[in-house]
Write a protein that binds this ligand. Sequence first.
Ligand code: 5AD
Ligand code: FES
Length: 354
Amino acid sequence: MTNKERIKQLYETTHLDDEGLRLLLTTMTKEDEDYLYACAREVRHAVYGHDIYMRGLIEFSSICKNDCYYCGLRRSNKNAERYRLTKEQILSCTDTGYELGFRTFVLQSGEDPYYTDDKICDIVAAIKERHPDCAITLSIGEKSRESYQAYYDAGANRYLLRHETSNPDHYRYLHPEALTIENRKRCLKDLKEIGYQVGCGIMVNSPGQTVDHIIEDLHYMQDFQPHMVGIGPFIPHKDTPFKDEKKGTLIDTLHLLAIIRLMIPEVLLPATTALGTIDPRGRELGVLAGANVIMPNLSPKDVRTKYMLYDGKICTGEEAAECRFCMERRMEAIGYQVVESRGDHIHKQFVDSE
Ligand code: 5AD
Ligand code: FES
């Protein structure tokens, strides 16, 4: 079998054996690659057309009780500047975002115990009341099933929680003892059962990651059938234990985006800020490899530089409107159009929107 035949099989059946996946991940030529991206685009066009869904990202707290070795917000990082947004500040972000055409808001933070379940529910309900036609995505970490249920009942529609790696040894290499892959997977399962549109995902080329780990991740994701998959390159942060590790590559990230599009055709797949950070055309290339979502930053300008997961993060000096229109221009330049829509998963479009 040639790589081209492997790609064709993946395109036609969504399946490929481990050896095939390994060869695709390690031996593709430029020609194979172009064929892979063309197949991924074809699948994406069949499911979601040429639309690009926008999510307005509101990074509402940089305080985190966890200590993940890769992340700049880890609690041991004494150099990190910490902040919390008030409910009023968050609502002001969503109002700005609404005017700019955003119909999904992603509320993301470190795992910050200050925001109790009641506070989160109150914020979610207030956004829903002001903007009933918008979807709310939470990205606030590991919680109990009861908490997830409460946020859902308050009006949250989606939840992002990257699993980071499905291999237990690799998970241990990236996280201290307090976090386990079992609990991470339990969270993802609970979220899906409750009815959220759920996103998992990994960092590409994270320290200690092998091709076998990636194959394991692909299987985990295909089994789990997430509605969204967030993947971007690992990028070292200067104040973390992984400060001297190599950053992830553009090529590996693009390959994986395209393979995920073929394995989970209906998935919502963002071209991430991390991808835009390692290459000036990263997000465009991500879309051309099968991604269909972008997540411009809606956080207030004065806190942007304080939400540093990794070094060099882009768009920390821009206003929300600048990123919004910058992305529209960039997407138009490659033949795609940013749409003013909630951008639900194709199976959830009539289920979730009131
Ligand atoms: N490089 C790239 N991505 C990172 N994240 C955290 N730290 C880094 C880093 N150094 C990602 C994780 C997390 C998401 C919010 O950001 O995958 O789930
Ligand atoms: Fe932020 Fe282009 S998307 S400046």
